[in-house]
Design a protein around this ligand. Structure first.
Ligand code: MG
Length: 373
């Protein structure tokens, strides 16, 4: 492994696992976390969960699984350049979306509305719930029994009220402390990945065009660069090359600016990271450009009528499923009926959040379709 900076999380200072285990042999503690995440059921389900486009809309669009892999790849590169713990960043990034509902943000918003009177639903908290309790794989414990630092990285945000219920991993929200630099980096890797792949998928789908993107500074300046170097390049390859250059610019800017912030903060060790302001970040000019790109994607892709129609169907499916199960818990699979007795509506939320897009659609049909045969 590359050498860790003094402000990185090292295994020696880890706050460890909730349940003590013998140290792993042949791999680090955070590599063991990563391996447990990859072997989890929730991780395999990411393949059939929507990022922006629903799985059946096309084979080449990003899913939550390929998104998570792209986030991990970007996160690891930057971590290495900053002397941060690459294994920890990999574990956090691979796990960051495990709690996502089917149908992306539309699914999450719909489930949150359904759960409004029962504590709400937040995919970020749900990711932690997946690794802490919902996975049932190991003989000795529920969940994956991950290291504190991996769990801390998964929990990006929490209200003070929720934080109070989360034990030591919630403490920093109450004390207003920052998470590790590895956790901060995972967030930015997420942002770099989705902004870029949404441009790529948006163009592939035909919902946005190269002409429209001319007004987006970060895209147009990279497109110009590519066209100057390769005047004959066209179509998909032109898009790929432009997106490739954008990712490179963003990852480099993130590295350089974060290095500057870290140097200015004069960190002496990891303890300083928790008290300092956020140190991982883009330069001001890139921040502005990213903001413009995000706004463009929101207006033209996420709010495109075709995406909104799909989102509206998704909300309908989630709401109908939730209503049906809450009116008659006997419609739930047996395991969840049992859980419902003890955990109430949270059990319904766990069942629905765990569904893939196609499972949710099938479950909807099983409950509501009048059979033709
Ligand atoms: Mg993500």
């Amino acid at each position: 492994m590359h050498e860790l900076a003094p402000y990185a999380v090292s295994e020696d200072v880890s706050r460890g696992r909730a349940i003590n285990e013998a140290p792993p042999s042949g791999r680090s503690e955070f590599q063991r976390d990563r391996d447990r995440i990859i072997h989890s059921k929730a991780f395999r389900r990411l393949e059939y969960k929507t990022q922006v486009f629903v799985n059946h809309e096309g084979d080449l669009f990003r899913t939550r699984l390929t998104h998570s892999l792209e986030v991990a790849q970007i996160g690891r590169s930057v971590a290495r350049n900053l002397g941060l713990n690459e294994d920890l960043v990999e574990a956090i990034t691979l796990a960051h979306d495990l709690g996502h509902t089917p149908f992306g943000h539309a699914g999450q918003d719909a489930l949150h509305k359904c759960m409004k009177n029962f504590g709400g639903f937040e995919h970020n908290l749900q990711s932690l719930r997946v690794v802490d309790v919902l996975e049932e794989r190991y003989a000795a414990f529920d969940g994956l029994n991950l290291c504190f630092e991996t769990r801390e990285g998964i929990l990006k945000h929490a209200s003070k009220k929720n934080a109070g219920l989360l034990g030591e991993v919630g403490e920093r929200f109450i004390m207003n402390r920052r998470p590790s630099l590895e956790a901060q980096l995972a967030n930015f890797a997420d942002e770099i990945a989705y902004n870029n792949h949404d441009v790529d998928d948006g163009l592939r789908s035909g919902l946005i065009s190269l002409e429209q993107l001319q007004d987006v500074t970060i895209f147009s300046r990279h497109l110009d660069q590519v066209q100057t170097s390769y005047p004959d390049l066209k179509n998909r390859r032109l898009v790929y090359e432009t997106v490739r250059c954008m990712i490179n610019t963003l990852a480099t800017d993130l590295t350089v600016q974060s290095q500057k912030n870290i140097a200015e903060a004069k960190l002496t060790g990891l303890a300083d990271v928790y008290l300092a302001p956020p140190l991982i970040g883009f330069s001001d000019s890139i921040k502005k450009e990213q903001h413009q790109l995000k706004k463009f994607l929101y207006d033209h892709l996420y709010m495109h009528s075709r995406v909104v129609r799909m989102s509206s169907k998704a909300s309908h499916i989630i709401k109908r499923l939730f209503d049906a199960f809450s009116v008659n818990a006997r419609l739930l699979p047996e395991k969840y009926q049992y859980k419902f007795k003890y955990e109430g509506y949270q059990a319904i939320a766990d069942y629905i959040a765990g569904m893939t897009d196609r499972y949710a659609i099938r479950e909807y049909q099983r409950l509501f379709a009048i059979s033709q045969d």
